[in-house]
Design a protein around this ligand. Structure first.
Ligand SMILES: Cc1cc2nc3c(=O)[nH]c(=O)nc-3n(C[C@H](O)[C@H](O)[C@H](O)COP(=O)(O)OP(=O)(O)OC[C@H]3O[C@@H](n4cnc5c(N)ncnc54)[C@H](O)[C@@H]3O)c2cc1C
Length: 532
């Protein structure tokens, strides 16, 4: 008779495996980019998250994704309430992310997680990486709350920051105000310049100089609104009479609830029925003169907004990286134990080859992602121009390349579990579904590639990248890697020549090789980092 022990040997999964202690590559990245003291400090926190993610969060995620949010539009007296109701499992996931691990707050607030000062970006993203191996949905609001705080830190006035940042970075659920960004409209997600939402100064009020009052009201429709029940929403709208395109857009903060406790004037029309991130409430919203605060400079709304988008782009890359790593771990665990044709699957040459391929994909993408956040941390701490330019290119490279590889790795790993990989009770279907969205949101692939092209043309960021790669390759001394490094240097030369030739082409033709070039730049960065 087959016992339970036999069955779990025949069909093993990762339960009980600490996602952090089982991941030497992650601790390598932490050791590489943190000071010795910070590395030591991070150990306990990451190990705790590794354990919570692999067990508690994973169980909660299964429930929260199966029993997703529901929109209640009216109360029993027929009054419009637009309340989003989540399964308690989702609230518990929120509590773990915001309270236990302070992920949205820790890089903004001194002393979070017992850290002296602010937690380094690398540690925050490592926490997210581990958490997202269990659950993707709840990390969309976490990332937007984190990114909204960043926008306010950089672009809002001191009194404005004092007013909103404490709640955005609160580490208790009953004090927390979560963030969201409602940008996409029906006629344009990528082409934000088409934004049709109108901003009007609120009539009849006398608070022209008081920026702590919602001086504006917004009218329009927003078509994709994740974390739709958020407390504070960043959005773009065009003041009447402002020019067309992104230049005419102002950046506004819309509170869900007004100071007098009443609902702000917007409705949630429905929730989206999505392929993935099913625990997350993504809605469609109409702003009916919603009261809004102006953030920063009215003429620089879009530029200020990019601060948020660039951070959420890094979060999107980490979302896919997490799905890749978890998929790989599931495949490795499964194939090591499951026996076919007289030996464990993982010992068959074809399967071994597949595992090694996936491991290289995961570790390559992890190298790119953690390099990006190490540079982000340097930019935040020291603000050196060269690092800023590096970050400007590493962010879209990560956002383009990692989610694309995520599609491949999550499908490949699913197949390695055979039929079980296709079944909802196993982690793979959810990992696959949740990974795909990272290709689409925060700018789809073509849009990201065009962003890289813009940054190269306007800011010469390719030169910063190639110089960094060359320096690192030339510093390598190991006899085995030096010839490979030489080959990579030659490839870098070819790619930089091709980039330099782009301005000689007409505008349309210059776009044709871009995807290939961006992919190549990401790969050359990864190879350089792996050689180290
Ligand atoms: C689950 C989910 C949640 C989301 N949550 C939010 C949210 O909270 N807030 C928010 O603002 N948005 C959100 N979005 C919207 C998302 O950011 C947009 O869907 C995305 O930016 C693409 O915009 P679009 O859907 O209008 O597609 P389009 O802009 O119509 O693009 C369609 C396709 O055309 C390509 N394309 C566009 N321009 C060019 C070009 N110049 N050259 C070549 N190809 C081009 C794009 O890459 C894309 O593949 C969410 C989307 C999803 C799926």
């Amino acid at each position: 008779m087959t016992t339970i022990a036999d069955l779990s040997r025949q069909m093993p999964d990762t339960s009980g495996i600490n996602f952090y202690t089982a991941d030497p590559d992650l601790s390598y990245h932490m050791r590489q980019s943190l000071s010795t003291e910070d590395f030591e400090r991070a150990q306990g926190i990451l190990s705790r998250m590794g354990e919570v993610a692999s067990q508690r969060m994973d169980e909660l995620a299964q429930v929260a994704n199966r029993q997703g949010p529901v929109l209640i539009q009216y109360d029993k007296r027929g009054q419009r309430i637009d309340r989003v109701v989540f399964h308690p499992a989702y609230h518990e996931l929120e509590r773990i992310a915001y309270e236990d691990f302070a992920i949205a707050a820790c890089t903004h607030r001194e002393g979070a997680l017992g850290w002296p000062g602010k937690v380094p970006q690398q540690v925050k993203f490592a926490l997210g990486y581990l958490g997202m191996q269990a659950e993707a949905g709840v990390f969309c609001p976490v990332s937007m709350t984190d990114a909204l705080a960043r926008v306010l830190e950089r672009h809002a006035s001191e009194p404005f920051r004092r007013r909103f940042l404490p709640a955005l970075t609160a580490m208790k659920m009953d004090e927390l105000k979560q963030g969201a960004m409602f940008l996409t409209e029906k006629q344009g997600g990528s082409d934000v310049g088409l934004t049709a939402t109108i901003a009007r100064p609120r009539p009849g009020e006398n608070f022209a100089d008081d920026t702590l009052q919602p001086q504006w009201e917004l009218w329009g429709d927003k078509w994709f609104c994740s974390n739709v029940s958020a407390d504070l929403i960043l959005t773009l709208a065009r003041p009447e009479g402002a020019p067309a395109g992104t230049r005419g857009l102002g950046l506004f903060l819309v509170p869900r609830t007004l100071d007098d406790g009443t609902r702000n004037a917007y409705t949630i029309n429905r929730l989206k029925d999505k392929l993935g991130t099913r625990s997350l409430a993504t809605g469609e919203v109409t702003l009916h003169g919603a009261q809004a605060y102006l953030v920063g400079n009215l003429e620089r709304g879009f530029v200020q907004m990019t601060e948020m988008i660039n951070l959420t782009r890094i979060w999107a890359a980490f979302g896919s990286l997490a799905a890749m790593r978890r998929s790989f771990l599931e495949a490795l665990t499964y194939t090591r134990e499951r026996v076919a044709f007289g030996r464990p699957l993982a010992e068959h040459p074809l399967m071994r080859r597949q595992l090694v391929d996936l491991l290289i994909e995961v570790e390559g993408c992890a190298a790119l992602a953690f390099e990006t956040v190490a540079v982000l941390e340097r930019v935040d701490r020291h603000g050196v121009e060269e690092d800023r330019r590096l970050l400007r290119i590493l962010t879209p490279l990560s956002k383009y390349y990692i989610p694309k590889r995520g599609e491949y790795v999550t499908i490949e790993a699913l197949e390695m579990l055979g039929g079980n990989g296709y079944i909802e009770e196993w982690a793979n279907p959810r990992l696959l579904r949740d990974a795909i969205v990272n290709v689409v949101w925060e700018g789809s692939s073509n849009v990201i590639v065009l962003d890289v092209a813009r940054a190269m043309a306007r800011e010469g960021v390719d030169a910063a990248l190639f110089a960094m790669l060359k320096n690192r390759l030339q510093a390598l001394q190991n006899a085995v890697v030096v010839p490979v490094a030489q080959e990579v240097l030659t490839q870098i030369h070819h790619v930089s020549e091709r980039v330099r030739s782009l301005p000689t082409l007409n505008e349309e033709s210059a776009q044709l090789p871009l995807r290939g070039l961006v992919e190549r730049m990401a790969q050359l960065t990864i190879i350089t980092l792996l050689l180290e």
